[in-house]
Design a protein around this ligand. Structure first.
Ligand code: CP
Length: 338
């Protein structure tokens, strides 16, 4: 029977009012303490992965299973057709099916669709529009949950904010420093974008430190500054890891690709070689205010962060990953529960 509730999607955490984020995090913490009885029996979620995942895929499946529901996993390239997403496209290229049709059909089978897209990687001003995930949301008749697109990683952002609240209590006025790390397989700034905005909405002071050419997306940064003014925090860009770490309560290490060289691997490799020393070690962590370490993982040990910090008492990285399970249960209950 079709649902009568208004259709909601979770593409970015801006789709949630602050009161909804607060409610979801309260529920996440309750579910962590008392997992409770199965509540989503007979519900199913389709998981569509256009690129790989360890944490997102496993935690999402585990969350749905523990709530009594089921998941149907579909991996692009092996399980379904290549898809076109451009409106009005003359489909004489490689893709034999349009997202419009795939979304309409899958909506008949499952209660929600969770999707990790794969940005084309040629031009940032194109990828940043998140056209694929937005096309799914436009054409789906069931909620669409973003499991990471070019711009956002809302499920990671929610789990990270939960981890911050668990660790710091009241986060207002505390300092969260995002520090770029050097990796040959640079991740993306999606986890930084998502957490940065919700941290600012919570009144935190945010710093972002990176070498030249690794500045965050201009529009995301403009929004960050507006959120800082609105909620009493601050958003500061720095070019030196030590400046970012000094007095920080939490250090969030993350590699991300250079938008200046987006789509040009030769220039990107050359810039990376000139980036200097951004390794997070004990000496740098000691600059903080009893600072904790966060990282969305996967993490390259002793290249991004040294073993002793990752394995030591400051590290929250496994707790962050665990909290994906609890916070996703809360999201699933919010979207699909009775
Ligand atoms: N943090 C995160 O999204 O991990 P995966 O890419 O392994 O899902």
């Amino acid at each position: 029977m079709p649902s009568t509730r208004p259709l909601r999607h979770l593409i970015s955490l801006h789709d949630l009012a602050q009161s909804e984020i607060d409610d979801l995090l309260d529920l996440s913490l309750r579910l962590k303490q008392r997992p409770g009885k199965a509540t989503l029996a007979s519900k199913s979620v389709g998981l569509l992965f256009f690129r790989g995942s360890l944490r997102t895929r496993t935690s999402f499946e585990a969350a749905m299973n523990q709530l009594g529901g089921t998941t149907i996993n579909l991996t692009a390239a092996s399980d379904f057709w290549e898809l076109e997403s451009a409106p009005g496209a003359v489909m004489d290229g490689r893709a034999p099916e349009h997202v419009k049709d795939a979304a309409a059909v899958l909506s008949c089978y499952v209660n929600a669709l969770a999707i990790r897209t794969k940005p084309a990687g040629a031009a940032w001003n194109v990828d940043r529009r998140d056209a694929e995930i937005r096309s799914w949301a436009e054409h789906s008749k069931v909620p669409v949950i973003n499991m990471e697109s070019a711009l956002w990683h809302p499920l990671q952002g929610l789990a990270d904010l939960m981890t911050l609240r668990e660790t710091l209590g009241d986060v207002r006025g505390k300092t969260l420093s995002f520090v770029w790390t050097n990796s040959p397989s640079a991740a993306s700034p999606t986890a930084v974008h998502s957490l940065m905005h919700v941290a600012l909405r919570s009144g935190m002071h945010v710093r972002v430190a990176n070498p030249p050419g690794y500045e965050l997306d201009e529009e995301v940064w403009r929004q960050a500054q507006a959120l800082a003014s609105e909620h009493g925090g601050s958003a500061t860009a720095l070019g030196d890891p030590a400046a970012a770490l000094r007095g920080a309560h939490v250090v969030y290490a993350r590699s991300w690709h250079s938008l200046a060289d987006y789509g040009n691997p030769t220039l990107a490799a050359s810039r990376r070689a000139r980036a200097g020393d951004w390794l997070i070690d004990e000496r740098r962590m000691a600059l903080g205010e009893d600072a904790k370490l966060m990282h969305a993982m996967p993490v390259r040990r002793n290249l991004e962060v040294v073993d002793s910090v990752l394995d030591g008492p400051r590290s929250l990285v496994v707790r962050q990953a665990e909290n994906r399970l609890h916070s996703q249960k809360a999201v699933l209950w919010w979207l699909l529960g009775l």
